[in-house]
Design a protein around this ligand. Structure first.
Ligand code: FES
Length: 145
């Protein structure tokens, strides 16, 4: 075997090995288990409060704290004017955003979509977001686990 032929075959071997690595990497990603949320456990009590006299004034406004995203989804200061879910996507843990135009949560990493109650509307996520209770007393909204 001449030197040039040897190097050519070596290069092909390295290329094949790299392609193999890529395939293994892809299959592992496809088998990803649901991400852990850093949101408070159910029953753990108050997560945070928001003063509605100076925050969350407009539909679509959000407050994120302690692993939870609170969103104003309607006018008025009643519990049904808000929703609160874990902010970490159940696919791989990326922080979700609220899309006011569509009225849903969308994960910016792989595009999973969730309803305002946290139900999966579009994968790759398969698990629902943890939902939190919102109560309103005067101008104080309280998120509770
Ligand atoms: S992290 Fe993959 S869809 Fe959210």
């Amino acid at each position: 075997m001449e030197r040039e032929e040897f190097l050519s075959k070596l290069g092909l071997g390295v290329l094949m090995a790299c392609a193999g690595c890529g395939l293994v990497s892809c299959s592992k990603k496809g088998d990803a288990s649901p991400a852990q949320s850093n949101a408070p456990a159910p029953g753990s009590g108050t997560v945070f409060t928001a003063d509605l006299s100076n925050s969350l004034l407009n539909v679509g406004d959000v407050k994120v704290a302690n692993g939870v995203i609170l969103v104003r989804i309607a006018a008025g200061n009643t519990a049904s004017s808000f929703t609160a879910v874990q902010v970490a996507c159940t696919h791989e843990g990326t922080s979700i955003n609220y899309n006011q135009g569509q009225g849903i949560f969308i994960c910016p990493l792989h595009g999973s979509e969730f309803s305002t109650t946290g139900q999966v509307l579009l994968g790759p996520a398969t698990a629902s977001l943890q939902k939190f209770t919102v109560t309103v007393n005067g101008t104080i909204a309280t998120v509770t686990a």
